[in-house]
Design a protein around this ligand. Structure first.
Ligand SMILES: NC(=O)c1ccc[n+]([C@@H]2O[C@H](COP(=O)([O-])OP(=O)(O)OC[C@H]3O[C@@H](n4cnc5c(N)ncnc54)[C@H](O)[C@@H]3O)[C@@H](O)[C@H]2O)c1
Ligand SMILES: [Zn+2]
Length: 343
């Protein structure tokens, strides 16, 4: 078992990584806690051994569940169960669950403690770490949310045994991002060590910039296009399209590499490095069939980072960094260089 610290202004918290780490969930709950609301999904086949009374609140599956209505449903379930400010919420599931549980915990009684037990690879290496919570609006992903740091996180790699292949791949997409942020090749390491490396990198970046005003933006590498691709489902259909988050990130990483190359920041060999890692995990490198470049550019201009025209996180000689004021023509041209999936 590995114990990693995340140091923050309000005090540190611990991330426990390893097979069976969920057994330590009780240690991470506040002492005052008499009752716990475990937020989870039907498809999450994981039981927790808790040191106090608990209720289970099941949220629907899928990105579509990440909406304000679900947060209201959660808070009402907490109230019916008599959860007080001294009690706690546990998020037991993938990123959809930890984003919802974290957000509901941040506003219920103006904030109760939350402990995350992420059960997907993606949530273990990313979503459950760092304190960003939130839900989607029809207008776009994660447009409403809060910063709410967990009291602790248990990344139990044993629960990944039941994870479907596609969800593994999706988590790998997020891990490729970390490869370009400096953790290097994870190839030879065991899964526990791989998760721990990603957690340590995210924790270090979050510690430097808890509220996402500078350094933390690098964690959005590959995400500007990824969020736009994910949002096209909302804009056009009123619901999420079926790209997994890590798949969208994989496509976004390839695009970010092509854009960085157009801007003279990296060379063709570095673009190939991106393609090789993405292909190596069986992840998509092409835009989904029917993706419209003008719509994607409009969505990217609405990105939360975009305070100064089109802003991207791009690789370059000094490593991955935010680049503001990128010309729309260059963005369109880089999109034009992307392959397109056949429908
Ligand atoms: N807050 C953040 O910093 C942050 C970072 C990255 C991603 N996210 C968010 O995370 C979400 C994606 O999370 P995700 O990829 O974990 O998807 P997800 O939460 O939808 O989980 C994927 C599927 O796996 C099932 N599942 C979960 N654990 C399982 C297990 N152990 N065995 C079998 N099935 C299991 C779930 O029920 C679901 O059907 C997105 O909404 C994204 O915006 C947030
Ligand atoms: Zn992500």
């Amino acid at each position: 078992m590995m114990r990693l610290g995340v140091s923050l202004a309000h005090g540190p918290y611990e991330v426990i990584v390893g097979r069976g780490a969920r057994a330590a969930v009780g240690e991470l709950l506040p002492q005052s806690c008499r009752r716990v609301a475990v937020v989870t999904q039907r498809a999450v086949p994981v039981e927790l051994d808790l040191p106090c009374e608990s209720i289970r609140v099941v949220v629907p599956d899928g990105e579509d569940a990440k909406r304000l209505q679900t947060v209201e449903d959660l808070c009402r379930a907490f109230a019916r169960a008599g959860l007080t400010r001294a009690d706690a919420v546990v998020g037991l599931g993938g990123g959809v669950v930890t984003d919802l549980a974290g957000f509901a915990a941040s506003i219920y009684h103006r904030g109760v403690a939350v402990v995350h037990v992420p059960t997907t690879l993606l949530a273990q290496v990313d979503a459950a770490i760092g304190g960003k919570t939130g839900v989607n609006l029809t207008e776009g992903k994660n447009l409403v949310g809060s910063f709410w740091q967990p009291a602790g996180v248990c990344c139990d790699t044993e629960v990944l045994d039941t994870l479907p292949e596609r969800e593994w791949r999706s988590g790998r997409g997020e891990m490729i991002k970390y490869a370009f942020l400096g953790i290097g090749d994870l190839g030879e390491l065991g899964i526990e060590e791989q998760v721990a490396r990603c957690v340590a990198l995210k924790a270090a970046v979050v510690s430097e910039d808890e509220r996402d005003t500078g350094r933390r933006m690098i964690l959005n590498y590959g995400h500007t296009l990824a969020h736009a691709l994910e949002a096209t489902g909302f804009a056009e259909l009123g619901r999420a399209n079926d790209l997994r988050h890590g798949e969208a990130v994989a496509i976004g990483l390839v695009f970010a590499a092509r854009l960085a190359r157009r801007l003279g920041r990296i060379d063709a060999a570095r673009v190939e490095d991106h393609l090789r890692l993405v292909r190596g995990q069986g992840l998509p490198t092409a835009l989904p069939a029917g993706a419209d470049a003008a719509t994607l550019v409009a969505l990217m201009a609405r990105d939360k980072k975009a305070t100064d025209g089109l802003t991207f996180v791009l690789d370059g000689a000094a490593g991955v960094e935010p680049v503001a004021g990128v010309a729309a023509d260059e963005v369109l041209a880089a999109l034009g260089e992307m392959e397109v999936s056949v429908a």
